[in-house]
Design a protein around this ligand. Structure first.
Ligand SMILES: Cc1ncc(COP(=O)(O)O)c(C=O)c1O
Length: 445
């Protein structure tokens, strides 16, 4: 098996190579960061960017230069959104404490959030990060099923707690413990559409068989239903269904990690809805508070009861009134500004524009995705579909020179991950396409 590219190394600043080429203030600030964070410092781009302001889908650097942000799925309703700032600051002035007191702001928000889910999913546990939500979901599945075995995709990222690191081969570079089985991501570029679902289900079936043959009881399949770190796979709609049915037949739970696709990014409120499947647990985070750190796991009452019978659950900062205020602002603005509908419209427009470039640029192997989550796969040869991570990294850095920020994904880091705030319209898509065209021309691709 080829070495899996770590998700943290994609489009990353490499001190040994890149620091000597920097000059002036940016060099000083970069050195300061490296000194403070040590080897855990991870910066984007060969010349790091110092951002001081954000508005809508734009970021501004320290010199006042404006950049189109096509990377940020946290600021889903737009950077610096006044409704979030106003609601949160009013709430912080009023009271901000934990969930052992009653508070109607929290319960009103919980009701609004739960109303976006199908009926059996009627309980919410609030957390502060996506990692915590997934950690909790994995533990709930263990208590509920009595199993310890998990299935994840081979390029998955699910967090940085101890347990979620164990199910994140994109950071552990495939060295997962024996209670974890990896299945290949449903690569929609290298398989026929009608094969994607059956092949994925077959891999899941074999993984459960293998687990059981080794005396490990199956607990859950955890997948990000847009397969973000695996390289962005969205279609054909419904390809997850057969695998989810298999998981249920074998007594396991299906945990939908909606940290990336959730809150409208795919053109539907939740990514699992595109696959016509019903998760047992849904985890969410990133866009939930538009930058205010908040997250949650939503599930059925009997699953949360399995956890509380064993360990109880309390999270000091999970579900504070401050977090509920931020979350309320996000739900209101998503609806009022029709940002979910916009995700479909602007996303389709962007992908059509990018596909139109394929005729002149053989390096673009595939343009795929849904809503405002697009994967653009760069290849050395369309016939062999051999990944081209070198061109992808060059293009990312040229795009930055043209004032567009985006990132990479996939096991080889050759898939541009285009994932702007949902406040992104046709004019912004045109800006991206022009910058991308110019970047390719500079590299003669
Ligand atoms: C799919 C997925 N799950 C979970 C996480 C972890 O979320 P957090 O960084 O908030 O802990 C991430 C973060 O990138 C993610 O992409």
């Amino acid at each position: 098996m080829a070495e899996l590219k770590s998700i943290l190394s994609m489009n990353a600043f490499t001190p040994s190579e890149d620091l000597p080429k920097l000059q002036g203030e940016i060099k000083k600030e970069t050195e300061r960061r490296l000194k403070l964070f040590g080897s855990a410092a991870v910066l984007f781009f060969k010349e790091p960017l110092e951002v001081v302001k954000g508005e809508g889908c734009y970021l501004y650097d320290v010199k006042g230069e404006k950049y189109l942000d096509c990377y940020n799925n946290v600021a889903c309703i737009g950077h610096g959104h006044p409704r979030v700032a106003d609601y949160v600051s009013a709430q912080l002035r009023q009271v901000n404490t934990h969930t052992r007191y009653l508070n109607t702001v929290v319960d009103d928000y919980a009701e609004k959030l739960l109303a976006t889910f199908p009926k059996p999913l009627t309980n919410v546990a609030f957390t502060c990060t996506g990692s915590e939500s997934n950690d909790l979901a994995l533990r709930m599945s263990m208590y509920f099923t009595g199993g310890t075995g998990f299935i994840v995709t081979s390029g998955a990222y699910h967090g940085d707690s101890y347990l979620t690191t164990m199910v994140s081969p994109s950071t552990t570079r495939r060295k997962v413990p024996d209670f974890v089985r990896l299945v290949p991501a449903p690569d929609t570029y290298r398989q026929k559409p009608e094969e994607v679902g059956p092949n994925f289900a077959k891999a899941v079936r074999e993984a459960i068989d293998d687990m059981e043959a080794h005396g490990i009881k199956f607990a859950a399949m955890l997948v990000d239903d847009i397969f973000s770190s695996d390289g962005v796979f969205a279609d054909p709609k419904g390809f997850l269904k057969e695998a989810v049915d298999e998981v249920h037949r074998r007594g396991g739970l299906y945990i939908a990690d909606e940290v990336q696709p959730g809150f409208g990014r795919t053109g539907m409120m939740w990514g699992f809805m595109r696959h016509d499947v019903l998760p047992d647990i849904v985890t969410m985070g990133k866009p939930m508070g538009n930058g205010y750190p908040m997250s949650a796991a939503v599930t059925r009452p009997e699953i949360i009861e399995a956890l509380t019978r064993s360990t109880g659950y309390f999270n000091t900062f999970g579900g504070t009134p401050g977090a509920a205020a931020a979350g309320t602002a996000v739900l209101e603005v998503l609806k009022e500004d029709k940002l979910i509908e916009n995700a479909s419209d602007a996303g389709n427009y962007l992908r059509d524009g990018l596909r139109a470039l394929m005729a002149d640029h053989p390096v673009i192997g595939d343009v795929r995705g849904t809503g405002l989550f697009t994967g653009l796969e760069m290849v050395k040869d369309r016939g062999t579909k051999e990944p081209d991570p070198v061109s992808a990294t060059l293009v990312l850095n040229r795009l930055k020179a043209h004032h567009v920020l985006t990132g990479a994904a996939g096991p080889d880091g050759n898939v541009l991950k285009i994932r702007p705030p949902l406040r992104f319209y046709h004019a912004d898509a045109d800006f991206f396409i022009d910058a991308f065209k110019a970047s390719l021309a500079e590299l003669h691709l």
